[in-house]
Design a protein around this ligand. Sequence first.
Ligand code: PTJ
Length: 243
Amino acid sequence: MKIPKSHPRYESLMMRELIAKGVEKGITSQHGLIAHGRGEAFDYLIGEKTSIVAKKSIDSAAALLLLAKQPVISVNGNAAALVPKELATLSSLLNAPLEVNIFHPSKKRELRIKAHLENYGAKNVLLPDKRYKIRFLESNRKYINPNGILKADVVFVPLEDGDRAEALIKNGKKIIAVDLNPLARTANNATVTIVDNITRAMPLLIKATNRHKKYARRKLESIVKNFNNKETLKEAIKQIRRL
Ligand code: PTJ
């Protein structure tokens, strides 16, 4: 469907279009439509723009990713549909693999997500391997790649389901989440939560990573040390209440 640029909800409608197309192409699950709707509701509440707190989280996320020994970017059906190019760019900037990890099991969808990311320039896309799993998790998301999440110290997990974020933390990983819902379990379990739409957060994260690449390690460490996720979430909730 052609959406006129002059439409007051142009960006929001374009996102819906990407998600709907993702389902048609077999990249996004049907449940992804519902998850997107939940995200939209929270986006409306935060004013559909990146807040100052979210910008701080993005700074801290970039520093944490640059300090990581083995960062990995986890990709599900929604993230792949919304920001494939940005995921590929972040992956090459950090020299970090993208790892397909989906909640609703489908080998076919995993392969389609991988091909879709590669179409957008991704060079290193890993798939889960049923011989390897993380502990403390029952869902399909427990299966991981031995060269990806298994070895990773920092995992970037946009649009997560709360269970896995918690399990990854219990497995000793640091987690960066992007979630529009500051009350979500994922948001509360993550090391750094970016309360923003992934479509706005990804370009800013790429910019911050490029900027921070020039910083000394000590400066990156101090950015991470001065970040407090609980306070960030409290502030994000306060902002919604103030509207
Ligand atoms: O591809 P799969 O099988 O892995 O499935 C992916 C979904 C997203 C369907 C699955 O992980 C799921 O059901 O997720 P949840 O539990 O509904 O959580 C999704 C979270 O992402 C919710 O807290 C939403 O508010 C949030 N969210 C949705 N869209 C966006 C978002 N956050 C940031 N940007 C968005 N565009």
